[in-house]
Design a protein around this ligand. Structure first.
Ligand code: TRP
Ligand code: ZN
Length: 520
């Protein structure tokens, strides 16, 4: 949410940070990995603990050689059960997470012959790893769990992995923002924040948005704490002093969009909206303000569906955890997480909710294939936010456009689709991304603009996409070659002039789509 981040201190020492990451990437590629890769049947530059090619901003995220279909994540958590001595170094004073016991089962398919493979995981003691039910050997690097099954897995074979681990989760930092993510504490429990690389701080997986999978969560907490996660609540089973909360997300999801919150949450089922089940979870004291803001969800869903097409998931709601983090909003799939301080000003909260709801189409249903292209999330969610602000908040679209022009004025050298790791959540992917979409709308007209968005969503929903994919759809649906239009709008370079229109554009969705949405 752009305005939230505008209130944060701008990142300092950005070039130093980038250098540190490059150094870390080099360290990650140890000589044994390189040697092992050379001997592989399909020679590749990338070690198993890295994608091929590696993510341009996070060379250590994601792994080669398999495709995850499903995660079954078991978490047993006891808030603050750890002794202070058990707190991680570096952040001991403000990070006193409790003990977490994890049991993750993964169903995957080998995309090459696997004598060994990696999962992303940071911290914890790993007790055991099983591949297809048989004990596997493993060791650790700083960010990976390296696994060697008893026998190699053939290319194309499905396989299962089960990892049992425990410990106090380590804190992570969001690149360029200096904010904590990963497993965060709450006054009475915990909440996670995983974009872009926090998921590996609490479960082992292929922590990269190019590999989406379905998820279920079994969260075992002391009664009467409530545990929420993405998707639908399957069951809640109390036994003795503990309750196991099972949640199920049946649509493919990127690991960074997974989300847990544990606390004294008030979990409320609301009336469904056009077949979409609605539930919200409020920390003590966050309702009635948060609940009042969430009352707009039905109208927001219907309004945004008018532009983007059918809502892509079976359920939606917001979770408002207690305590930290402050000033943050995040588009966890089906269950956006919003910190409770953001509900103080109703219009501000409403714009944030529209931004996060827009992300359910852009970011969640269609995820970015690589982390240099956050504008595919943020530019589109920003545009959804502008449309809602015009429609419902007395904030004309043209005013939002003018504000965005001022916001990116000083960054002509930043490319929207490659802003650099320190600006991946900076103003350019949000504001210039939104301006690019506005310019596209002015160029092709409302019907074609909506048809482009819907075709992109239909074609890449449940998967990940690139800027090239979006431009390809725009060209195809509009029947024009918009490639150089996108190059000049996305930058780098000064902002182009908007095409002249007779009247300023509003936010009403087009009444009829003149161009059919093609799914190919
Ligand atoms: N995607 C978030 C938004 O714009 C911004 C964000 C990036 C974020 N990383 C985060 C928010 C980590 C919370 C935590 O809505
Ligand atoms: Zn966003």
């Amino acid at each position: 949410m752009s305005r939230v981040f505008a209130r944060l201190a701008p990142p300092v020492l950005a070039p130093v940070l980038v250098l540190m990451l490059v150094a870390a990437a080099l360290v990650g590629m140890d000589p044994t990995e390189a040697a092992a890769t050379q001997g592989a049947r399909r020679p590749s530059a990338a070690p198993p603990g890295s994608l091929d090619p590696p993510d341009p901003y996070f060379p250590g995220l994601g792994n080669r050689g398999y495709d995850v279909e499903h995660y079954d994540i078991g978490i047993t958590y006891d808030p603050r059960s750890a002794s202070p001595a058990g707190s991680p170094p570096g952040n001991a004073a403000d990070h006193k997470a409790g003990e977490l016991r994890g049991d993750t089962r993964i169903r995957a398919t080998a995309t090459e012959r696997l004598a060994r493979f990696n999962l992303d995981l940071v911290g914890f003691d790993v007790a055991s790893v099983r591949v297809d039910g048989r004990t596997a050997t493993f060791d650790r690097t700083e960010h990976d769990l390296r696994i060697r099954p008893q026998a190699p897995i053939a290319k194309g074979e499905p396989f299962t992995v089960r990892v049992r681990y425990s410990g106090v989760p380590l804190p992570d930092q969001i690149p360029g923002l200096g904010l904590q993510n990963g497993w965060l504490l709450d006054s009475d429990g915990a909440a996670t924040l995983n974009e872009p690389d926090g998921a590996r701080y609490w479960f082992p997986g292929n922590d990269h948005p190019s590999d989406k999978a379905t998820f279920c969560f079994r969260i075992d907490v002391p009664t009467p704490l409530v545990a929420v996660a993405n998707g639908m609540l399957e069951s809640k089973v109390a036994s003795g002093a503990r309750t196991i909360w099972s949640w199920n997300e049946t649509a493919p999801m990127a690991t960074y969009l997974s989300q847990i919150a544990i606390g004294n949450l008030d979990l409320r089922d609301e009336a469904p909206v056009d077949g979409v089940a609605i539930r919200n979870a409020f920390a003590p004291g966050s309702a009635p303000k948060a609940a009042a803001a969430a009352k707009d969800t039905p109208e927001m869903l219907r309004f945004l569906s008018g532009w983007f097409g059918k809502y892509p998931f079976s359920t939606y709601g917001i979770m408002v955890p207690d305590g930290r983090p402050r000033g943050l909003a995040f588009e966890a799939q089906t269950f956006s997480i919003i910190s409770k301080d953001l509900f103080e000003k109703p219009d501000f909260a409403s714009a944030i909710l529209a931004h996060e709801l827009s992300h359910q189409w852009f970011g969640d249903s269609v995820s970015p294939k690589t982390w240099d292209e956050t504008w595919l999330n943020e530019g589109f969610a920003t545009y959804g936010e502008w449309l809602w602000a015009d429609h419902a908040l007395d904030d004309p679209l043209q005013d939002e456009v003018d504000r965005a022009i001022r916001a990116v004025h000083r960054s002509p050298d930043v490319a929207t689709d490659d802003p650099g790791i320190d600006q991946m959540f900076g103003p350019v992917p949000y504001e210039r991304g939104g301006l690019t979409l506005h310019a596209l709308r002015l160029t092709v007209g409302d019907e074609t603009f909506a048809a482009i968005l819907r075709t992109y969503l239909a074609r890449f929903g449940g998967k990940s996409a690139t800027t090239e994919d979006f431009i390809g759809v725009a060209n195809e649906v509009s029947g024009q070659d918009l490639t150089s239009f996108f190059r000049s709008w996305l930058g780098p370079g000064p902002l182009p002039q908007f095409p002249k229109t007779a009247a300023p554009l509003g936010s009403d969705p087009p009444a009829a789509l003149t161009i059919a949405v093609a799914t190919r």
